[in-house]
Design a protein around this ligand. Structure first.
Ligand SMILES: Cc1cc2nc3c(=O)[nH]c(=O)nc-3n(C[C@H](O)[C@H](O)[C@H](O)COP(=O)(O)OP(=O)(O)OC[C@H]3O[C@@H](n4cnc5c(N)ncnc54)[C@H](O)[C@@H]3O)c2cc1C
Length: 423
């Protein structure tokens, strides 16, 4: 951005989630070149990656973001260098119930029922992978229809795996088919080997994150120590003006309009819909790339209601220690509800005497299907709303390829980073 030796540039970063904080940390390595201010509407760094203290239990939980794959090398390294460690875990899942139950540790009736489709699906993902440039823009549901798979096989076996791998919930059937093949075929990032009889027959090597609230605070402090990065919390950006005059080209106002600052560059590390709302006169390309990102409202309920979990999932607490559960609203539909057993997942809860569950109800437009009221109110520990973006095929067709063309827009002032770029 700034050649060494020239005057220091002033940069504003909007948002201090994983993306904004990474940008701030990187700028902090160049104190001779940049003075950076990070504005966030929240009171602390980390964005959606938060932790809450459970005082009654003498512990904490990461209350949304849980973990990932060992290929998250950058994240693991950043955690390491602030003295925090990810914990290796063996990811075990349990999808469906009764005759529709299946998991990655024991063979079930469902896998026998779908033996032919499981064998055929392996061939199909290889074809899709070979023709990736076409299938990148084809949703997986089209491929399932094209190759005449049954709706039940798609809904009970394929879409739940997509939801597990990509965190796509009810939008799983709309994920690009080429992306879906990565679950088995990407040698760098795959989660499972394809099993000809069971589709998945092994626990996946994954990592669970340490206390995320603390990790992001440590990273913030490390960036501040360099002396050229300042954070302003509880300061939502209200409006951004860019002009082509000499001097600093970006003017940023807070929401109340009583704070105004000028910068050379602006880094948009907030969600796409906020970026579009606060930018004055976004270009056609900015409107197209950012306006294409779809968002959904979900709610997660952290609870101790084992009966609810048993009614909705194949829980088998005594026999197994699964971490991830999916309940389908019906075998004929791809709609699902996701749950975690956090006690089997988060390292600080290892050996904890109680099972702490989290159930996520997806897309408030489908609220009439939610069974949230069946969870015993006295057993609810926490509730939280999330606004999640969708990884639908349209995202890969429009937003992902266009992002590179909006980098440096607004007279060379504006840069984008964040979850909507599938960072
Ligand atoms: C419930 C949930 C669970 C997830 N689980 C996982 C997981 O297990 N593993 C995994 O790898 N990924 C997971 N993800 C995805 C991953 O957490 C996100 O992709 C990533 O944390 C997003 O980081 P970000 O910085 O792009 O956005 P965010 O974290 O959303 O940060 C954006 C920041 O911008 C700020 N902001 C917004 N508007 C303004 C404004 N007007 N002015 C100033 N600041 C503003 C916000 O306050 C926020 O701090 C999960 C996501 C969610 C929501």
């Amino acid at each position: 951005m700034n050649p060494p030796g020239s005057a220091k540039k002033r940069v504003c970063i909007v948002g201090s989630g994983a993306a904004g904080l990474s940008a701030a940390w990187s700028f902090s390595r160049h104190p001779d070149q940049f003075d950076v201010e990070v504005w966030d509407k929240l009171e602390q760094a980390g964005g959606v990656a938060t932790s809450i203290d459970l005082k009654d239990y003498g512990t904490y939980i990461n209350d949304g973001v849980q973990g990932g794959s060992p290929v998250y090398r950058n994240t693991i390294q950043m955690m390491d260098q602030v003295g925090m460690k990810c914990a290796p875990i063996q990811m075990k899942f349990s999808f469906g119930q009764y005759e529709n139950a299946w998991n990655n540790t024991h063979k079930t009736e469902l896998q026998e029922r779908f033996a032919d489709e499981i064998a055929k699906f392996e061939k199909v993902i290889k074809i899709v992978d070979k023709m990736m440039f076409i299938f990148a823009f084809v949703p997986i549901w089209v491929v399932m229809k094209m190759f005449r798979f049954s709706d039940e096989f798609a809904n009970l076996m394929v879409y739940p795996l997509v939801a597990l791998f990509f965190g796509t919930g009810n939008q799983s059937e709309r994920v690009s088919a080429a992306i879906v093949t990565q679950i088995w075929l990407n040698p760098e990032a795959r989660m499972f080997n394809y099993d000809k009889e069971r589709m998945v027959a092994e626990a996946a090597d994954m990592i669970a994150f340490p206390k995320l609230g603390e990790f992001y605070t440590r990273l913030q402090h490390q960036a501040e120590e360099a002396g050229n990065v300042k954070f302003f919390f509880n300061r939502p950006v209200g409006r951004i003006y860019r002009d082509n005059t000499k001097g600093r080209k970006v003017t940023v106002f807070n929401q109340e309009g009583d704070i105004r600052e000028s910068y050379d560059y602006i880094v948009m590390a907030c969600d796409a819909e906020t970026a579009l709302k606060i930018l004055d006169k976004p270009s056609f390309l900015e409107r197209t790339a950012l306006g294409n990102v779809e968002y959904y409202n979900d709610i997660s309920i952290t609870h101790e209601d084992e009966d609810y979990m048993n009614r909705h999932n194949d829980l088998q607490l005594k026999e197994r220690n699964d971490q991830y559960f999916i309940h389908q609203y019906s075998p004929e539909s791809s709609l699902m509800e996701m749950s975690f057993n956090l006690t089997n997942y988060q390292p600080q809860l290892k050996g904890f005497q109680k099972n702490i569950f989290q159930t996520i109800f997806l897309n408030d437009k489908m609220m009439d299907k939610w069974t949230i009221d069946d969870i015993d109110k006295d057993k609810i520990i926490a509730e939280k709303w999330w606004r999640q973006f969708s990884h639908a095929w349209k995202h890969f067709l429009i937003t992902v390829p266009l992002i590179r063309f909006i980098q440096g827009s607004g007279y060379g002032t504006t840069y984008y980073c964040g979850a909507y770029t599938i960072a």
